[in-house]
Design a binder for this molecule. Structure first.
Ligand SMILES: Cc1cc2nc3c(=O)[nH]c(=O)nc-3n(C[C@H](O)[C@H](O)[C@H](O)COP(=O)(O)OP(=O)(O)OC[C@H]3O[C@@H](n4cnc5c(N)ncnc54)[C@H](O)[C@@H]3O)c2cc1C
Length: 376
């Protein structure tokens, strides 16, 4: 056990993994979570997440994604839980689209196990999709689906097993630097730490108001569509997918429980002023574009949703996260603002948090995520 004492503020997607990694490294770690573990208000809600390594957002992410996959498998091996199903991920869109170019760059530069299908080959292999003649599908065989709530629960439970302390229903009210470290006040009690990692998700700008011009929580709506034939969209037959080039950028997750396929839009449904007041109603008119894409591209699905749920994530203005120190002492770190695409990275972010807290640096390439780019 090292002598270092580290707090993790917010035990959601990133915080649970940070707690696991810290405990595994023998650090005395305490996690503060304002609600119950794996609660439905965090950015980890909604049953499933896509995991992909052929990255539309840029090939820079690929080494971290590969490291994340190993860590997902490590967590599974340590706990005996099944969290990541590697049934592949299909990236679909016109060859000329910049995001498809990023996918091709990712698979070619980083030796990702993949296959490129033209539109006819893609529809023969996956009749659940309709493709336009100029579209291609890149099958990322290193992709698949994660179970997010189970992942948060499993990582935090494992951390506790390894010696971490988890304080649920414990809201951190303030974080202040002292001469010897950092003081946290939660529910009227003061705690002293050497280092503090803030993984507060949609609440990040409340903890660090200096980022509020660059970081906002946004509403995300998930919609599930009924398969016309049971089993057609199950994980064995239907990989997760991301699709660009249509009316909107969509993504989809196979029918994990057999009947309903989750298809969502990457577009958000507006800013959330106060995360506690997330407005959960959805006007059916707001779903017009996504329903039209389902009708156009998925002949085997009913084109109005059978299930809807509302969530949020913190978005930065450039849609890349903030990862790094936020104080000149180097004792307080932020990991937040994952802008709708962070879950797959959670275990590697946990490792990065542990590296930063224990050594002040990491071997992962995070320069593009530096909080300094938003310094006022
Ligand atoms: C519906 C939806 C679908 C998505 N799909 C994908 C996908 O397919 N693939 C993918 O990779 N990513 C996806 N994302 C994005 C990904 O899920 C998020 O980027 C990620 O979960 C963000 O994690 P986080 O740790 O920053 O936030 P969270 O998981 O929300 O964790 C923050 C935690 O901090 C706690 N907290 C906040 N303030 C305090 C405080 N003061 N005291 C104590 N606790 C506090 C909160 O209660 C919360 O539990 C999706 C997001 C959503 C919402």
């Amino acid at each position: 056990m090292s002598n270092l004492k580290v707090a993790v503020v917010g035990v959601g997607s990133m915080g649970s993994m940070a707690l696991w990694q810290l405990a595994k490294a023998g650090v005395e770690a305490v996690g503060f979570e304002q609600y119950g573990l794996a609660h439905e208000r965090s950015a980890a809600g909604g049953e499933s997440r896509m995991f992909r390594t052929a990255y539309m957002e840029g090939a820079d992410y690929v080494p971290m994604l590969k490291a994340a996959r190993c860590l997902w498998q490590e967590l599974e091996a340590e706990t005996g839980q099944s969290l990541l199903t590697l049934n592949g991920a299909l990236m679909i869109g016109p060859k000329s689209d910049e995001r498809i170019a990023n996918v091709i760059k990712s698979v070619e530069e980083f030796d990702i196990d993949h296959e490129v299908l033209d539109s006819t080959e893609a529809m023969e292999r996956y009749p659940q999709h309709w493709l336009e003649p100029d579209e291609i599908a890149v099958l990322d065989r290193e992709g698949g689906v994660i179970r997010p709530e189970m992942a948060v629960f499993t990582a935090a439970e494992r951390a506790v097993e390894l010696g971490a302390q988890l304080l649920e229903n414990s809201h951190v009210d303030s974080i202040s630097e002292t001469e010897s470290g950092v003081r946290i006040s939660a529910d009227g009690i003061d705690y002293e730490f050497d280092k503090v990692i803030v993984t507060a998700g949609p609440w990040t700008a409340r903890v660090f108001p200096q980022f509020s011009n660059y970081l906002v929580p946004r509403k995300i709506v998930m919609t599930w569509y009924l398969s016309k034939r049971l089993g057609d969209y199950s994980p064995e037959n239907f990989p997760a997918f991301g699709r660009v080039g249509g009316e909107i950028h969509t993504f989809g997750i196979p029918a994990l429980e057999g009947t309903m396929t989750k298809i969502g839009s990457v577009a958000t449904f507006g800013d959330v002023e106060i995360p506690e007041d997330l407005h959960r109603d959805v006007e059916l008119t707001e779903l017009g574009a996504i329903n039209r894409e389902v009708a156009r591209c998925h002949p085997g699905l009913k084109s109005t949703p059978s299930r809807i749920s509302v969530h949020m994530d913190a978005y930065t203005v450039d849609e890349h996260a903030l990862v790094g120190p936020v104080s000149s002492s180097g004792n307080v770190f932020v990991l937040g603002g994952y802008s709708g695409h962070g879950f797959k990275l959670a275990p590697v972010m946990g490792e990065i948090a542990k590296d930063l807290a224990t050594t002040g640096a990491t071997s992962h390439s995070i320069a593009h995520l530096s909080p300094e780019r938003f310094a006022n």
